[in-house]
Design a protein around this ligand. Structure first.
Ligand code: 1HE
Length: 275
């Protein structure tokens, strides 16, 4: 694998608001912020406090951060909803709980910078919902995916019904929820749950390398990919093409784009090469 760009491994001090988040382990590596779910004893199950801390982390990304890597401490990425917190909730409380997940995961998907997830071990229930809010997913060969909500008498509540079918289709998600089907890492790659598959232990290096590449892009291009692309994909073709032309015009007019095009024409920028 290509090594990181110079300065990419520089570890910067964290702002106090991020350093105070005890259920996350956060490290700033150059322009990349590495956020780890940090409840390994509970398989990184997501309780109310962890949802709130994810929200806080993603709305307080330091200005210098250009990409995030999200991973899980221990043997698993995330065991989903913390089932020990599932007390008797009224319908209104249940709705508010689900909406708190939506608010946090929306900051992951539609925040300021792209997020690369490293998936290993269990990526289940709310853990898969969180993974599906990320922009690039790197799976290690230990990863497996399931939606046990059906077996637990629940429904997805962390945005899964909106995001997961956009990755794998309604039919596959229906099957996972009705039958408890588990996809292994290879199957997950084939159906689109991850974009990359690497050996056990190789996920962080690959994700950091990808995040470093993402961080080197013009910020407005990354913004267009994160914010315009998924919205255009949800539009009718006519509206989509019109919106695309607006976004393209704004992106190409940016100084970042102009200097990059000049660099290429003057032979100073890299060519596109085969893998
Ligand atoms: C938990 C949770 C959890 C582990 N909530 N405590 N999610 C699930 O249905 C998945 C449930 N978990 C599992 O199937 C397994 O724990 C794993 C496959 C993820 C991992 O197995 P393993 O053998 O490594 O660990 P373990 O021995 O099962 O669990 C270790 C501890 O973590 C244990 O606690 P301890 O105090 O006895 O040590 C477990 O109770 C605890 N633990 N998973 C609470 N999920 C917005 S809606 C989303 C809806 C959903 O996500 S539903 C799916 C919930």
């Amino acid at each position: 694998m290509t090594s990181l760009a110079p300065g990419a491994d520089r570890v910067a001090p964290l702002p106090a608001v991020l350093a105070a988040l005890d259920l996350l382990r956060i490290e700033s590596v150059g322009a990349v912020l590495h956020i780890r779910l940090n409840r390994p004893a509970k398989r990184n199950a997501i309780n109310d406090a962890l949802v709130a801390q994810l929200h806080t982390a993603f709305v307080n990304l330091p200005e210098a951060v250009r990409a995030v890597v999200l991973s899980g401490e221990g043997e698993h990425f995330c065991a989903g909803l913390d089932l020990s917190e599932l007390s008797e909730r009224s319908a209104a409380e249940g709705m508010a709980h689900s909406r708190s997940w939506h608010a946090a995961f929306d900051q992951v998907q539609r925040g300021r910078v792209p997020v690369v997830a490293v998936l290993h071990g269990a990526v289940v229930g709310g853990g898969l919902e969180l993974a599906s809010a990320c922009h690039v997913r790197v799976a290690e060969s230990s990863a497996y995916y399931a939606l046990p909500e059906g077996q637990r008498g629940l429904f997805v509540g962390g945005g899964g019904s909106a995001r997961i079918p956009r990755l794998i289709g309604v039919a596959r998600m229906t099957d996972m929820m009705l039958t408890g089907r588990v996809y292994d890492a290879k199957e997950g790659l084939a159906v689109g749950l991850s974009q990359y598959l690497v050996d056990v232990g190789g996920g962080m290096e690959k994700a950091l390398w990808l995040a470093q590449r993402i961080a080197a892009n013009a910020p407005l291009s990354n913004f267009a990919v994160m914010h315009a692309l998924p919205r255009i994909a949800d539009m009718g073709q006519d509206e989509g093409l019109f919106t695309e032309s607006l976004m393209a015009a704004i992106a190409q007019g940016d100084e970042g784009a102009k200097s990059r095009m000049r660099d290429f024409l003057e032979g100073k920028a890299g060519k596109v090469t085969k893998g």
